[in-house]
Design a protein around this ligand. Structure first.
Ligand SMILES: [Zn+2]
Ligand SMILES: [Zn+2]
Ligand SMILES: [Zn+2]
Length: 273
């Protein structure tokens, strides 16, 4: 048998990313704040909690994180199907909307496969104990979740996914790479072993909280340093707080780097098996 030259090599196909939320855990505007960004009328300054959805036509619609704003985000962007959910980590701003998947369970007639590392599953199963304890409950209904622990690269609907571990203070958070696109949030340091996993990425979404240093998040300057090293064609910052007004911050970013905003749509390329 003659081996095809492309045997085993992934194929790259077009996909579309929608930023569902580009804000930090408080969201922007923040409750009880009258600062210029919280009071801004620029829609790009209104940031829901951090999440994206990746649509790979004919293969899978993949949601990253279930924020407390998931219901609004799904309604606003017409998300009607979720084939899989990937969790970056267990912080409240990334998981508290898990209960909202009940509606997708009904629409799709089954549980949704959810992927997370062991540490995140520990918290998810305590926080949403009622979805996992198997006890019968009267009325209501519970989110139907198929729990999958991430142990290395995996695939959803044939879409190849490489977890990219990064540090969030002392906690390990998973970024995800899909071919030419990567999403890395809640990052304060990229460990040596993860840089190669980001090599060759063309479109990168990376978190940057604010300008002032923070123990568990990149500042804008730190994110720009990481972007310069990864050298994607274009990069988009996310998980911003109210210090970073869209217009003013955008003006000082280098070429090829932008602030993301809720509703931003990116055409990307992902690897399929
Ligand atoms: Zn504010
Ligand atoms: Zn976090
Ligand atoms: Zn966060």
């Amino acid at each position: 048998m003659t081996a095809r030259p492309d045997a085993g090599r992934p194929r790259r196909v077009p996909a579309r990313v929608t930023v569902l939320g580009s804000g930090t855990s408080h969201g922007v505007p923040m409750i009880g704040c009258d600062c210029a960004v919280c009071a801004s009328t620029d829609p790009r300054d209104a940031r829901l909690r951090p999440s994206i959805v990746l649509d790979v036509p004919g293969r899978a619609q993949i949601l990253i994180d279930t924020t407390p704003d998931l219901r609004q985000q799904a309604l606003r962007h017409g998300v009607r199907r979720i084939d899989a959910i990937l969790f970056t980590h267990s912080h409240a701003d990334h998981i508290l909307g898990l209960d909202e998947i009940r509606r997708f369970n009904t629409l799709q007639g089954g549980p949704i496969p959810c992927y997370a590392n062991g540490e995140t599953w520990d918290v998810l199963k305590r926080t949403f104990y009622y979805a996992f304890d198997g006890l019968p409950r009267l009325g209501g209904g519970v989110p139907a979740v198929e729990d999958v622990e991430i142990g290395g690269p995996f695939a959803v609907g044939g879409v190849a996914i490489v977890p990219v571990p990064v540090l969030h203070g002392t906690m390990t958070v998973l970024g995800f790479r899909f071919g030419a696109f990567a999403y890395v949030t809640d990052c304060s340091r990229i460990p040596d072993e993860s840089w190669p996993r980001l090599a060759g990425v063309e479109t990168l979404v990376l978190s940057a909280l604010r300008d002032e240093p923070h123990p568990t998040h990149f500042t804008v300057a730190e994110a720009l340093e990481a972007i310069a090293r990864i050298a994607p064609d274009r990069a988009f910052l996310t998980h911003m707080n109210h210090d970073l007004g869209h217009e003013a911050t955008s003006r000082r970013l280098p070429p090829g780097v932008h602030l993301s905003y809720d509703g931003l749509v990116l055409d990307v390329a992902v690897d399929v098996e």
